[in-house]
Design a protein around this ligand. Structure first.
Ligand SMILES: Nc1ncnc2c1ncn2[C@@H]1O[C@H](COP(=O)(O)OP(=O)(O)OP(=O)(O)O)[C@@H](O)[C@H]1O
Length: 361
């Protein structure tokens, strides 16, 4: 038994909680074994990114004596709106929207609505969705809770997790399209394919397939469950919260998920434009203008390249590589991709031509 320590009974609980002062040290003997207790204090991190750590890694929320599944790592993503490659006007609009929301406590109270905002971030891979989330968190100084839906057992577990989030936070549900096969068209198409395949199967193999299906999906979170949890969570939680869904395939999402009111703002993260390139050139090479910019602008007008690719090309790969070499490499890379795209569309046109001769490659 710890001596010299404080003992309290926590509200509505049978258990006694022993506590120590900061930096206090106590020696104790239990069953003949000497135990040494020390109380340390870890200064709070101003920002943490939290993620679902899995049931075997449950940690304790010592304040409330409730187990919580959120793990924390220090949030150190340096992306800001200044480093984000995107049209300036679009960035300014998003920044204004966020700041208005973060200052909107009285307004939301006045209109009787929960202080929350939903964003849908969509665009091809490498267009900066994660960078945008980090920039948002850095702008508002909010925590980020990153949810991997496929690791969540069911709707009630999702609800518990969300209830456990704190105010001034951004809740991120990434790749919503692949997480649960929630996409409208894909789901319908899959069901159709399955039905057709089922017609040809005997009842035993049908049952086997159903059993396999159940085993396949580790998660039983459903679209309607997700929507109910999100709608319900706002009334249950105080404090401002932003929820962000990300997807690479917006056109395949179920309309129920993206209908207005649920996601307040849809933000498209698109391929690199010349404006976005200039941000990257300034960040990566400290170049604000260059004689090659004219050529680069021309090429960008005709190519679809992700900012991730452009950023990679602009990063010097050796001491010898200077800014101009990186710009030249970028032009060469973009032109090669244009050529590739040209070849592909030629091949596609050949296939479409009725009389075109198609040979196996
Ligand atoms: N718009 C952007 N502005 C600045 N850097 C970017 C941008 N897009 C991509 N990058 C660079 O490319 C890397 C990958 O981008 P990021 O992870 O943000 O893209 P994503 O859209 O979230 O990709 P995915 O869909 O594959 O998860 C970033 O670390 C960053 O260096």
């Amino acid at each position: 038994m710890l001596r010299d320590s404080k003992a309290d009974v926590v509200n509505e609980s049978q258990s006694v909680v022993l506590s120590m002062d900061d930096h206090e040290e106590v020696t104790d003997v239990f069953n003949g074994v000497k135990v040494w207790w020390a109380s340390g204090k870890i200064p709070p991190q101003s920002k943490t990114i939290s993620w679902f750590a899995g049931s075997e890694e449950k940690s304790k929320d010592w304040q409330g004596w409730r187990p919580t599944k959120w793990g924390n790592i220090v949030f150190e993503h340096p992306s800001t709106f200044d480093t984000l490659a995107m049209e300036t006007q679009k960035k300014d609009e998003i920044k204004k929207d966020l700041i208005k929301f973060s200052k909107g406590k009285d307004y939301y109270a006045k209109i009787g609505k929960a202080w929350k905002r939903g964003y849908l971030l969509y665009g091809p891979p490498g267009t900066g969705k994660s960078s945008m989330i980090a920039a948002m968190a850095n702008l508002l100084d909010y925590d980020v809770y990153d949810i991997e839906l496929t690791t969540i057992k069911d709707n009630s577990e999702l609800r518990k997790l969300l209830i456990d989030t704190k105010g001034r936070s951004i809740i991120v549900i990434e790749d919503i399209d692949c997480s649960l096969d929630l996409t409208g068209q894909r789901k319908k198409r899959k069901e159709k394919d399955d039905d057709e395949a089922d017609k040809e199967k005997d009842p035993v193999s049908k049952l086997k397939k159903e059993a396999e299906k159940e085993g396949e999906s580790g998660s039983k979170v459903t679209l309607s469950g997700l929507l109910n949890v999100i709608d319900g969570i706002w009334s249950a939680c105080g404090g401002e919260r932003i929820i962000i869904f990300t997807t690479n395939y917006v056109d395949k999402l179920d309309p129920a998920l993206i209908r207005t009111g649920r996601m307040d703002k849809h933000i498209e993260m698109s391929y690199c434009c010349f404006d976005a390139f200039k941000v990257l050139a300034k960040n990566y090479l400290d170049i604000e203008s260059h004689e090659l910019f004219g050529k680069i602008e021309e090429v960008f007008a005709e190519t679809k390249m992700s900012p991730a690719y452009v950023a990679d090309m602009l990063m010097p790969k050796s001491e010898e590589q200077d800014g101009e070499t990186c710009l030249k490499n970028l032009i060469a890379g973009l032109e090669a991709s244009m050529e590739e795209a040209g070849k592909k569309s030629e091949a596609a046109a050949m296939l479409e031509t009725k009389d075109g001769v198609v040979t196996e490659g």
